[in-house]
Structures are given as structure tokens and as C-alpha cells.
Design a binder for this molecule. Sequence first.
Ligand code: PLP
Length: 401
Amino acid sequence: MTWRDKLRPANRTTGVEYAIRDIVETSKEALKKGFDLIYLNIGDPVKYGFKTPMSLIEAAYEAMLKNHNSYSDSIGIKEAIDAISNYAQRRGIKPIDIFITQGASEAIEFAIAALLDPGEKILLPCPCYPLYQAIVSKLGILPSYYYLDEEKNWSPDIDSLVSSIDDKTKALVIINPNNPTGAVYSRETLLEIVEIAKKYNLVIFSDEIYDQFLLDDGLEHLSIASLTDEVPVVTFNGLSKCYFAPGWRVGWGIVSGPEVLLEDYIEAIHKLARARLCAPHPLQYAIPVALNNSNFYIKEVMPILRRRRDLIVRGLNSIPTMSCVKPLGAFYAFPKFDIPGLSDLDFVKGLIIEEGVVVVHGSGFGQKPGTKHFRIIFLPEEDLLEKALHKIERFVKKVLS
Ligand code: PLP
């Protein structure tokens, strides 16, 4: 075998795509043209001036000074696990196991890898945060999709969920609040999902990384795990979004449900955790500070974000051929557009190259055949959002003329 043969990348990497960062390649071309790019593609609040709370930084710093710089226990330090357990219980979840990971991303990967063999199936939402497709593709697990219904504020289309289940389906994923649509699911919707999971014996993976990003007064976020003791649920969360520390890579998974059935599965998750040693040790000391106190900062941020959400939704809805369902949570909108002859990817590439506005094409998340979308974040300040809206409108009018 030649070096070229030996260096052929493994097949398992072929299907791994992450549109949110992949689109950056196109932006490099625009940078060469000398554009000042407006990045509305990556959901990182810290990049837009929001700050990690000082109390968390102090807790991490103090832990480093106290020399908590060794590896930690593989599933995490006791203080943090206790804080997560209390947080979960306050939200009505009865945790059976908690494991702390390198971001929620790793918890998601462990939970999926410990449950499904290659060839078995997992139900993913369409559109979906692309990490899930990347993980299942790498592991040889088969994704099947259920649609989120744009006509019903992007809530799960229950008929499409049921019709996608077969004998090989072991688990279903919900993302609530949702990335990329910003939907927040009602109790009725969550109860319907629980009933389906019960009927077909499906494990629920519930990604709640945006649980405190609720953009309207009086809106409540419910953890699906709080609605059932009978269905195994793994709930994912972490410090990345609601505590404004995505670069710390601290997340976790909470396993709940019928304890007698879960022992082997939990041990399988722990094995994966042991094999990679641990999550960042000193940073885990910030978890109790984050979860044992009221998250004052996010309460300050919400009205600011609400204004930005309103501006972006109003602006997008006034652009020809475009419509945008109002996001209720997180910081993403997923507008639809209809420009004949222009795919969503061409639209996004054109917008980057000609106007310097970086958004992500809808097909990077998945979308109903025949529809075209893009994902835009509304974290930046209003004047930058207005500038971006103006550029998007100018681009649309140009391609329509
Ligand atoms: N889940 C969802 C729905 C996300 O949007 C993200 C990041 O954008 C993650 C998980 C990743 O979280 P973490 O940074 O904790 O790995």
C-alpha cells in the first residue's frame, strides 16, 4: 500500500458534515474580496458581547488555585453532580444517573453510542441541529426523520413521527427549545411524545441546552422527563448557552425513567466516560455556583434578546418571498423563502459573496422537500441586525429582478 492508500480517510468520516462551520469556507472567499462580514451563523452568545458571569469565573479560578487541576472522577465531581441533581429535581425530574461531559455534545454522543449499534435507528427531527446527524453518521447508526411543522409554529408533526417508527427504531430526539426553529414545546405536545415513546418502547433524548432562553413573558419550559416515570429519558444540558461559557466545554446528561431497566445502559455510558478520563476538572466547580443560585444574568439578557428577536422577525417578514415564524426560545430564526431557480445553498453562498452576510442554509439542518430556508441568529446588537436585514433585502431584490 502506498502512503496515498494508507492516508485515505476512514469511510466513517464521509457523511460527517457540520453546515454551521462548513459555510465558513465560503466566507473566506468573501473575506478575500475585502468584505466586512456579518457573522450570523454561529450560536455563541460570547462572540456578541454577552459575558460569562463573574461568579462562575471566580469559582473556576479558585478551583485552579486550590489545585483541582488533576483529572477528576470520570462522571464528574460530587459537588457538581449534587447541584445538577437538585436542579433536575426542582424541574420535576427524578434523576437516576448524572454524568458530566465535555459540553452537552459529548453527553449526546455517549448517550447515543451507548445505546445504538450500527444499523439500528434513531428518530431525529427535521430540521435538526446537525451534531446529531454527524454523530449517527460516524457511528453507522441510521437516522430516520420526523418533520417539525412550520404551519404549527414548528411543533413536531406527530403523524410523521409515528409513521417513521419501525422495529429497528430504539430512540427519538427532541430539541426543546429548538435549534434551528426557536420553538418551545407545549405540555400537550410533550405528553403526546411520551405516549408514543411508551407505546413503541423508545428512549427519549431531550436536548434542553436552551431551557432558560425563553423570549416571551409567562412562557414556561417543561422538561419532558418530568412528565413520565415509565419512559427512559436522557436530558442534556450544560454551561454553554444559559451560563454563557461555551468555550469551557462543560455539559451533562441526566438519566431518568424505570430504574430496574436502566442499570446496564448507565454502566455502558460510564464505560465510555471512563475511556476518555474526564470533563475539564476545575471548570466543574462552576456548576454548583451556576445552578444553586438564580441565573440573574439571563433575566437581564432576555428583554434585550426579545427586542432583537422582534426586529429580525419583523424585518424578515417584510422581505419579498420571505416568511418567518416567531421563535419563542433560544436565539435562532429559521425563515422560509421562495426564489425560483435558486437553491437554499446558492442563496446563502450568494448572500455571503455579494453582501457579506453569513447565515446557514436550511438543507444543512434538513427541511421538507420543496421548501427553502436559512438559519439566522439574532444575538448581535440592533444596528448590526438592521444592517444585515437591509443587505438580505437588497440581495433578494437583486436576484428577483
Ligand atoms: N445542542 C444544541 C441544540 C445546540 O444548539 C448546541 C450548540 O449549539 C449543543 C447541543 C452543543 O452544546 P455544547 O456546547 O454544550 O456541546
